[in-house]
Write a protein that binds this ligand. Structure first.
Ligand code: SF4
Length: 422
């Protein structure tokens, strides 16, 4: 409705005696301005029971918007469940199917490396059927039957690609859906302030291990149903802590399993679960494989590179496994290659623990402001709580939290430190 029409209605209503109440509501609405509020510290302590316990994604959600965290983890408000399959369910279907595949592989004592195409497909079909049969809705109607077929096709593509990427390197041991918590890994339980604790837990999609003399190399992979890449600014501001926390948990876990050995972080990666359509080409399978390269951060040590991909060691090498991992003719890494030394990877996972503590302390101080970060485009668009917070930058007081661009050096403490508490 145009502003002109609206003010016409308003003037008309203003002249009517029986519209006073409604007009009052409109007037108050027009004057509404958001002001940041805080819970009293005692209230926050009671609400969270003196312990912040959960996955690091809980803290990421606080860093993305403290009010969203308060509604979800403080008041335990959940969206009403509907009888439909939404994008989150699709992601779960893929994760469960991939996990089921690896479980069956282990149960049948089969080698991932030596599995032929027919055996792989049979195992995928079996795993997907087992998972989808648990969803009554998927047995309901032609559209959902198509969805089950789509899950099978994309899972098959995923397993085929993961297998090829695995075969490119020399890792011997693979673990799927590795659960961890502060009971197993004491370093994940940290005091925040007097009597208040932070206890982190989680589940790593995939953990690859390689033993080499007195060393154990640890590689972490997270499956995502959407595109995702590592972003130092997001890590710095606490909205992308997961992969580095998983690396910390995995290396600590391996240290407990292998006392006396050196545990070396080899890399952290996102794998995009997809069956992409590629431009017409002579070799579409190669083009699809290239499109599905992982994204992440690789240890620049030559041993780590050789374990990741045997062919990647010489000058001018271009990784077929990790997107952007490339060397120039002189043997140096390309400027766009996402690499870090062992020490840098260790420092970055240490940063994530410190950041987690810092965020947990803010939760306990009662921070509940509706200040979504500008660094995530769709933070409000896909939020379940918009009807409660009514965040609207056209209204006075509502504003997004701006985050400056940060680099790897900022995480390593060589950059400006003053923004950490922003
Ligand atoms: S809609 Fe935006 S401001 Fe409101 S709770 Fe969700 S993320 Fe926060």
């Amino acid at each position: 409705m145009s502003d002109e029409k609206l003010s016409g209605y308003y003037l008309w209503a203003f002249s009517q005696d029986d519209c006073k109440e409604e007009l009052d509501i409109i007037r108050r609405g027009l004057r509404h301005a958001y002001t940041e509020e805080r819970l009293r510290q005692e209230t926050a302590l009671k609400l969270y029971n003196k312990e912040i316990k959960g996955s690091v994604s809980r803290l990421e959600s606080f860093a993305a918007c403290p009010y969203k965290h308060f509604l979800r983890y403080g008041l335990h408000l959940e969206p009403r469940e509907e009888y439909r399959i939404d994008p989150k369910d699709i992601g779960t279907l893929f994760h469960d199917s991939i996990n089921e595949f690896f479980l069956e592989l282990a149960e049948k004592d089969l080698s991932f490396r030596n599995l032929d195409n027919a055996a792989r497909l049979a195992l995928v079909q079996n795993s997907v059927a087992k998972v989808t049969s648990q969803y009554a809705i998927l047995q309901d109607g032609a559209h959902n039957a198509y969805l089950s077929k789509r899950v099978e096709r994309i899972t098959n593509r995923t397993i085929e690609t993961l297998k090829r990427q695995w075969e490119a390197g020399t890792y011997e041991h693979i673990e799927s859906e590795v659960a961890f918590d502060a009971k197993q890994i004491p370093k994940l339980q940290m005091p925040i302030s007097k009597g208040v604790m932070l206890s982190l837990n989680g589940r790593i999609d995939r953990l690859d291990l390689a033993e080499d003399g007195n060393s154990v190399w640890v590689k972490v992979i997270d499956y995502k149903s959407g595109q995702k890449a590592l972003d130092y600014s997001k890590i710095y501001y606490g909205i992308q802590l997961q992969l580095l926390l998983y690396l910390k948990a995995a290396t600590e876990r391996e240290q407990l399993h292998n006392p006396g050995k050196e545990i070396i972080p080899a890399g952290i990666y996102y794998y995009h679960i997809d069956d992409p359509i590629v431009e017409e080409s002579e070799d579409p399978e190669t083009a699809i494989y290239k499109e599905l390269r992982m994204k992440g951060l690789t240890n620049s040590d030559s041993n780590a590179l050789a374990k990741l991909e045997s062919g990647f060691s010489s000058a001018s090498a271009k990784s077929e496994v990790v997107n952007g991992l490339q060397k120039k003719k002189d043997g140096d890494f390309d400027a766009r290659a996402s690499i870090a030394s062992t020490e840098e990877l260790q420092k970055m996972s240490g940063f994530v623990l410190e950041k987690s503590k810092e965020l947990a302390a803010e939760v306990m101080e009662g921070k509940v402001s509706a200040t979504p970060v500008a660094a995530i485009d769709d933070v409000c668009k896909y939020c379940d709580y918009h009807d409660i917070c009514r965040f609207d930058t056209r209204m006075s007081g509502y504003k997004k939290k701006r985050c400056e661009k940060k680099t790897k050096d900022d995480l390593l403490g060589r950059g400006q430190q003053d923004e950490i508490n922003a």
